[in-house]
Ligand binder design. Structure first.
Ligand code: ZN
Length: 331
């Protein structure tokens, strides 16, 4: 096994990981989506592995470039390998992919592929259509030569997420998807149909309801590229209970709103094969830690607040797998 941290590259199969091809095929046929959970520390990774092993759900471990800088890329690689071993020791048979979230350059995607990622996203959505195609195709060529799968994006999501931010969203144009997929050879496509990044997804006036996702655009895209895996970013529900606990315990998250879970469930039954959940995990952790600090101000052992936060995250992920994306018991 080549686990060198220097020049030679690491193959994802040596880390026990799989690419997303088979997962998406099964999800498409079964009418559910694969959850992609972001992580950048040990407790998050433990929670994802425990919850997905116990709920028998395939999973995509998702790392942004910001997370890669935060956690150290070498440590991340070994954490992913450790996660696979931990799952096996728990008696699990969960397929685990390690995916780069919002790669913005060919070099970053290549670096992740060479360090053991089994899947990468190249996000050229802010470029002109032709440039997005050219950049995506370049990444696809390199990735496919190593059997790594690639996600691309058409349309722009509003909101802020690590290094990605946009003021306004631009819905994906259904008339562009066929050419884009055909020209790039990409494996899955992130689209913009009304979701957005972060905890403030919609600016609502008092009494106003969250607007529905644009299922008409999704249906039109499905007609253009039948059976092709679609990805939803910015798909946290910004769980109101967590926002309330945070605000009750000294936090300040005014008007934080997400995508209602019933809309995500509906999307998961369609060609949407991957649903990204990041903000909800952050909120679960923050809510729990704030509560512990309020109730036990003398506590200073990190295990006494990170432990309960991890427990809450496990509970949340199991709920998402079972009731939102529908991936529980789909091994
Ligand atoms: Zn995203």
């Amino acid at each position: 096994m080549n686990l060198s941290t220097k020049k030679e590259s690491t193959k994802y199969a040596d880390l026990g990981l799989v690419n997303t091809r088979e997962m998406f095929k099964k999800a498409m046929a079964g009418g559910y989506a694969i959850p992609a959970y972001n992580f950048n520390n040990m407790e998050q990774l433990q929670a994802i592995i425990i919850a997905c092993t116990e709920s028998k759900s395939p999973v995509i471990l998702q790392v942004s470039s910001g997370a890669r800088k935060y956690a150290n890329q070498t440590l991340l690689k070994f954490m992913a390998m450790g996660a696979v071993q931990m799952m096996k020791e728990m008696g699990g048979t969960v397929p685990i992919a390690l995916h780069l979230d919002h790669g913005d350059t060919f070099e970053l995607c290549k670096s992740c592929i060479d360090s053991g990622f089994s899947s990468v996203m190249i996000d050229g959505s802010h470029h002109a259509f032709a440039d997005n195609i050219a950049l995506t195709r370049k990444v696809v060529e390199y990735a496919h030569s190593r059997d790594v799968t690639v996600e691309a994006e058409l349309g722009v999501l509003a909101g802020v997420e690590d290094d990605v931010s946009a003021e306004v969203s631009h819905y994906t144009k259904p008339e562009e998807v066929e050419e884009f997929v055909g020209q790039t050879g990409v494996d899955s496509l992130a689209i913009s149909i009304g979701t957005s990044h972060g905890a403030y997804k919609f600016k609502l006036k008092p009494g106003e309801e969250v607007p529905a996702l644009r299922f008409d655009i999704l249906a039109e895209i499905e007609r253009k590229i039948p059976g092709f895996p679609i990805v939803l970013h910015g798909a946290s529900s910004v769980v109101p209970e967590y926002v309330e606990i945070i605000n009750r315990n000294g936090g300040k998250l005014d008007n934080a709103v997400g995508v209602p879970e019933d809309q995500l469930r509906r999307a998961a039954k369609s060609a949407v094969c991957k649903i990204n959940i990041d903000s909800d995990g952050r909120l679960a952790i923050t809510a729990t830690i704030r509560k512990v600090f309020t109730e036990s101000p003398g506590e200073f052992d990190p295990r006494k607040y990170l432990g309960p936060a991890r427990e809450e995250l496990i509970k949340m992920i199991k709920h998402k797998n079972l009731n939102v994306v529908g991936s529980a018991n789909k091994l």
